[in-house]
Ligand binder design. Structure first.
Ligand code: ADQ
Length: 463
């Protein structure tokens, strides 16, 4: 690579997808996503580089320029993908950090692969970063990178952001490699969490499990630096979503969708990655009971649930997929008429325009994770729904509930309580719904992903 970067983002995946044209030519297209959109301007301004995996195992891709910044692909073998990504990241850390809602598996060979791959990312970053550059490492797949990078390059300013919850000490302690992970994170100058509770869990852990001195939100690493831990709640490109939802294309699509659903009076909508943390089993059961008990009438009400396929080779996810198919099938065979299922369930990913069209027509948006770092779907709904007549039902266990306090808040473990709140959201007096929605819109438009990135990077620069 010609010049070394002044700003480097490090994430498990690159922000680009490979597209192969009919004539066989290969091109790279920016993958849609909030993080990329928020960071691209900084990347271009500062001569940035993005270090990450390109998505194809057993293949090495040379660094290249894309849209005004550098792309630095890190290779993974098929075995590493299984052990570092599907294994340690998604079957050990993911369930452990989400309140063990599924059982975390501990395997020594997964940990070895995690160590190897984190080191490879750290080395690639050390080579891409210029003197005194700022580096921002993202998420739970790369918890060891801050310390590894600091050892290689003490001149760098290192930030880390955790997109998922940071668990309470009692759960974290199960991890056989807990000491290495804490020290890995402490290599950063600034560690960001979604909510203040995450930062508090982390600081408490450091205080009780290490010898480092903790003063307020800073951890003093003797002879080196101070690592600060704070909350930076992530958000979305709120205006971008709102504008998208007002385009003729999206409006036409939402009308077609209404037509397809038979113009129901009330539409409940769920939008998730198919993940056991999202509370799909509980939500579908609650909606099913409301239909079965006649509180909701399938003649004028529909529950539209879309679930993006996710981590399909991991055992728990296969099981979840089968469970949901079974549950939806069972409910639909009891309620609803011919050609008019009570639950319209789609196991697929959709373009952003279709997402915006669904958010437009949903009367009640149902977001009920058992544990979630933030949950951007809740914010996207608030930004896209055109009127203040919509209602957001939100789990108290989503990070978003700390900010979206005017939502209809539920405990997804309490089925009866959840059913009551779902009914309340659907039947509340318009002035109550509008009052809540106005407050939600104020919050979402007043706190965007751009401000999130500016706040984090501003604090990192000041360190
Ligand atoms: P996720 O667990 O993936 O993210 P979330 O924040 O809800 O959860 O983001 C999901 C994204 O995928 C949204 O932008 C949504 O629009 C999109 N999406 C969902 N279903 C889709 C479908 N069927 N088709 C197309 N798009 C779909 C992790 C953490 C979260 C945290 C984010 C960001 O688990 O807690 O909010 O990172 O930090």
């Amino acid at each position: 690579m010609s010049e070394r970067a002044r700003f480097v983002v490090v994430a498990n995946r690159l922000p680009v997808d490979r597209v192969v044209a009919d004539d066989g030519t290969v091109d790279w297209r920016t993958s849609p996503g909030g993080l990329v959109t928020a960071l691209e301007p900084v990347m271009r301004r500062m001569g940035g580089a993005w270090v990450g995996w390109h998505g194809a195992p057993d293949e090495t891709v040379a660094p290249f320029q894309h849209d005004g910044y550098s792309i630095v692909p890190v290779p993974l073998s098929a075995e590493e993908y299984e052990e570092y990504y599907e294994g340690f990241s998604n079957a050990t850390l993911w369930p452990l950090f989400h309140d063990t809602v599924a059982f975390p598996e501990f395997h020594r060979e997964w940990w070895d692969a995690y160590l190897t791959v984190n080191r490879r990312f750290a080395v690639a970053t050390a080579e891409a970063a210029g003197d005194g550059a700022t580096v921002w490492v993202q998420d739970y797949q790369l918890l060891l990178v801050p310390q590894m990078l600091r050892e290689l390059r003490p001149d760098l300013k290192i930030g880390f952001f955790l997109h998922i919850p940071f668990p309470p000490i009692e759960l974290f302690q199960q991890l056989p490699w807990r000491g290495q992970i804490i020290e890995g994170l402490l290599g950063a100058d600034l560690v960001g969490f979604q909510v203040p509770g995450g930062a508090q869990n982390f600081l408490r852990l450091v205080r009780t499990r290490t010898r480092h001195r903790v003063e307020r939100d800073g951890v003093r690493i003797a002879g080196s630096h101070t690592c600060v831990a704070r909350a930076y709640p992530i958000s979305i490109d709120s205006q971008g979503f709102a504008d998208l939802a007002e385009t003729p294309e999206v409006i036409a699509e939402s009308e077609a969708l209404l037509e397809e659903l038979g113009h129901p009076k009330t539409i409940f909508l769920g939008v998730d990655r198919l993940d056991y943390t999202k509370g799909l089993r509980q939500r579908i059961r609650a909606m099913g009971e409301l239909f079965e008990e006649g509180k909701l009438d399938p003649a004028d009400t529909v529950f539209l649930q879309v679930a993006t396929p996710s981590r399909e080779r991991v055992e728990e996810y296969k099981k979840l997929r089968d469970d949901i198919d079974l549950l939806v099938g069972r409910i639909n065979s009891h309620v609803g008429g011919v050609g008019r299922p009570a639950i319209s369930y789609l196991h697929a990913g959709f373009p952003r325009t279709t997402m915006a069209a669904m958010y437009r027509i949903a009367n009640v948006m149902v977001v009920t994770p058992l544990r979630d770092g933030m949950n951007l779907v809740a914010k996207e709904y608030v930004a896209c729904h055109p009127s203040t007549n919509g209602a957001l039902v939100l789990s108290e266990f989503a990070g978003a509930a700390k900010e979206l306090k005017q939502a209809y808040i539920v405990n997804p473990y309490d089925l009866n309580g959840m059913k009551d709140v779902l009914m309340q959201a659907a039947t509340d007096a318009p002035r109550n719904r509008q009052r809540r929605m106005r407050a939600l819109k104020k919050q979402v438009f007043g706190h965007t992903i751009e401000q999130w990135a500016d706040n984090f990077l501003g604090d990192l620069e000041g360190r």
